[in-house]
Design a protein around this ligand. Structure first.
Ligand SMILES: [Zn+2]
Ligand SMILES: [Zn+2]
Length: 259
């Protein structure tokens, strides 16, 4: 099984990384896609320690919409910074997470949009897929993806929490949907519907660790081992086996982000 989105190079995992990796492996989680913030030097440095301990990890590097404000005077610098980050990381496989977050609005929306665009352009030039973070910004997200021809590079909507219509829009432009622990929450009825409708060859699973621990770990620090719980719940919803979900999501990950 693959955890397709986690932040284990962050400070939350600095003290017990060995045990976190051990628990993941013990749970059958063979690899993880570790998201690095291009503007976070300590996290980029910690990535080395992560791949020393877990050689199967791969990295995605980007400027998160929360950090877009740092580039308000020069949005193009976000693209250049991510480009340098990927060039310096042999296991870098994608540009992300990038996108728009109008829930928190930590950066002005026009700046978020410019920084998002610059990074899609970088992904084009590198021929790499993108990892999208979008919250309460559906129409602007799809408008920019269309204007920047993102369907040509593809990628994933990470921690997808939209409804079926939004899932359809994402699938129609060739993107994958990655489901996180939210799908295990009893009240996430709409998302459970999405979990039933995503074609098996477009599905990914993730923890978004340290965030979003699934039931029954809700409220605690999340970690890659818990992606098994996401797979179990999706398997129940689709009346299929965990092995089927694991095999499909592994294959999708390999096609998108490996070797
Ligand atoms: Zn995110
Ligand atoms: Zn994330």
């Amino acid at each position: 099984m693959v955890d397709s989105h986690c932040h284990i190079a962050g400070p939350e995992f600095a003290d017990d990384l060995d045990q976190v990796v051990e628990r993941a492996r013990g749970a059958g989680v063979t690899r993880a896609f570790v998201i690095l913030a291009a503007d976070d030097e300590p996290e980029l440095a910690q990535a080395e320690k992560v791949c020393e301990r877990w050689s199967e990890v791969r990295f995605s590097i980007g400027v998160h919409p929360h950090a877009a404000g740092k580039f308000s005077s020069d949005p193009q610098e976000a693209g250049r910074l991510v480009g340098r980050g990927i060039a310096a990381q042999p296991l870098g496989r994608a540009v992300g997470e990038i996108g728009l977050d109008y829930h928190y609005d930590f950066a002005p929306r026009d700046v978020q949009q410019q920084v998002f665009r610059e990074q899609i352009r970088l992904a084009h030039s590198l021929k790499r897929p993108i990892v999208i973070h979008t919250r309460e910004a559906e129409d602007d997200t799809f408008r920019i993806l269309a204007e920047e021809r993102a369907s040509e590079i593809g990628g994933v909507f990470h921690c997808f929490t939209g409804d079926r219509d939004m899932a359809r829009r994402a699938l129609d432009i060739g993107f994958h949907l990655s489901l996180a622990g939210i799908v295990t929450f009893p009240r996430a009825l709409e998302l459970k519907e999405v979990a039933r409708m995503v074609p098996l060859d477009r599905l990914l699973i993730e923890t978004d660790s340290p965030f979003l621990a699934p039931v029954p770990h809700r409220g605690k620090r999340n970690e890659p081992a818990h992606v098994t719980r996401v797979a179990e719940v999706i398997a129940e919803l689709r009346h299929t086996s965990v092995e089927t979900i694991a095999a499909a999501t592994d294959a999708n990950f390999a096609r998108l982000f490996a070797p």
